[in-house]
Write a protein that binds this ligand. Structure first.
Ligand code: TTP
Ligand code: MG
Length: 400
């Protein structure tokens, strides 16, 4: 663990500079760089589920490309006046415009706003760039739309074990600003529902934390509409029942909620207490790539088995390289002449698609199994695959 993160492993400490991304022990401003952009929370270094959401996404991208608009109110949407606002920048929001508002109304509220039509191809490219940065932190990210995603940075999941999740998130937000040129807000908690709630609390350029000790207390005064899955219709039904805030829900038992809202009542009961056990599911499954050969005649000698195994390693490594993928675990598969399947796995010691490393480990695994038995099939596979470029990882997450 880097010294800078180690400093924070003591309980009760929870200060992190959002400018230089280094934790510190005490004080209001960062003792290292003097920044006042500091996040403080007693559970800051114990939480690992995050939600990140870009600030006024389309408008931020347009402002990045038109620096002359930086200080001006900007609306992204159809300039004809008959369409709706897709994004209102934060300056324009001071005058009232919001997403989904008819453009003519937004322009009544903010007549001096500049209007730019949306350029979806550009926003998709920016989104892909941000996603690539996120994938350097964890293979388990779940995008919800072009500008937001959940990230699982738990132990055993995140790619940079040595760094605390909060530090990784601060670095990611900084990388999005520096490399993509727009700002993003971070929510950090212990489940998806609370992480998303948190990311929305301090926009723009926020870093907000909801810990276990405070969740119930913080949820209590919120309107029921803040709960995941409570739309206008459900909120209206709740109002009829006298349920307007989350605290009102706390007064009901789970079975009472189920009585009123069916199966959803169970989710409501859990969420109103800050519980949410939904897993973060990557949009594309963490893939594995494998290849196998069935022999015309069974083989039992090491050399006879090693030759096809080398050829399979070359194929699998070639596929990985072509797709710009790397895997962390190598496995071999053997099927005996009486159809028993054996699989043996070994870590590659980090993401790799190097054919020589794969061959060496595959042959080591093979050597342990060769004992006179005859085999009819041999295979090799790489799993724990991510689109990680180690060189970039070390740039983004190494050092302080
Ligand atoms: P949001 O994340 O909801 O909004 P935002 O990024 O503009 O602002 P915030 O800082 O509050 O997160 O949506 C992301 C993008 O999705 C937004 O820039 C434009 C698009 N969008 C629409 O096209 N129509 C809509 O009604 C909304 C809400 C968003
Ligand atoms: Mg957004």
């Amino acid at each position: 663990m880097p010294d800078s993160d180690l400093v924070q492993s003591s309980p009760g400490q929870g200060l992190l500079c959002l400018s230089c991304c280094v934790p510190f022990r005490a004080g209001a401003d960062c003792p290292r760089c003097g920044s006042t952009r500091v996040v403080e929370h007693p559970e800051l270094f114990q939480l690992s589920i995050a939600h990140m959401d870009c600030d006024s996404f389309y408008a931020s991208v347009e402002k990045r490309d038109r620096p002359d608009l930086a200080d001006k109110p900007l609306l992204v949407g159809s300039p004809s006046g008959r369409g709706v606002v897709t994004t209102a920048c934060y300056i324009s929001r001071q005058y009232g415009p919001r997403s989904a508002m008819p453009m003519f109304k937004a322009l009544e509220l903010c007549p001096h706003a500049v209007v730019i039509p949306p350029d979806m191809a550009k926003y998709k490219a920016v989104s892909a760039q941000i996603r690539a940065l996120m994938l350097q932190a964890s293979p388990v990210i779940e995008p919800l739309s072009l500008d937001e995603a959940y990230l699982d940075l738990s132990d055993g999941v995140r790619l940079i074990e040595a760094r605390n999740p909060a530090v990784i998130l601060a670095r990611l937000a900084r990388a999005v600003e520096r490399e993509v040129g727009i700002t993003i807000s971070v929510g950090l908690s212990y489940n998806k529902f609370l992480a998303k709630l948190a990311s929305d609390r301090q926009k723009p350029r926020g870093f907000s934390v909801i810990g276990r000790a405070e969740a119930l207390h913080q949820l209590a005064p919120m309107p029921v509409s803040k709960l995941f899955g409570v739309g206008q219709a459900t909120a209206a039904r709740m109002k009829d029942l006298g349920l307007e805030t989350v605290a009102d829900l706390h007064g009901l038992t789970e079975s009472q909620l189920v009585q009123h809202f069916g199966k959803f009542g169970r989710a409501l009961f859990a969420m109103s207490r800050g519980n949410d056990n939904r897993a973060i599911t990557p949009d594309r499954p963490v893939k594995s790539i494998s290849n196998e050969t069935t022999f015309a005649r069974d083989k039992s000698k090491f050399d006879d088995l090693a030759e096809p195994l080398r050829a399979l390693c070359a194929k699998v490594s070639g596929r990985l390289q072509k797709a710009e993928l790397k895997g962390k675990t190598l496995s071999i598969k053997l099927k005996t002449s009486d159809f028993k399947v054996l699989t043996r796995a070994h870590s590659l010691g980090g993401p790799s698609n190097d054919v020589r490393l794969m061959e060496r480990l595959a042959l080591e695994l093979l050597a342990r199994e060769v004992d006179g038995r005859s085999f009819r099939l041999i295979g090799v596979g790489i799993s724990d695959i991510s689109q990680v470029d180690q060189a970039i990882v070390s740039d983004l997450f190494a050092g302080v």
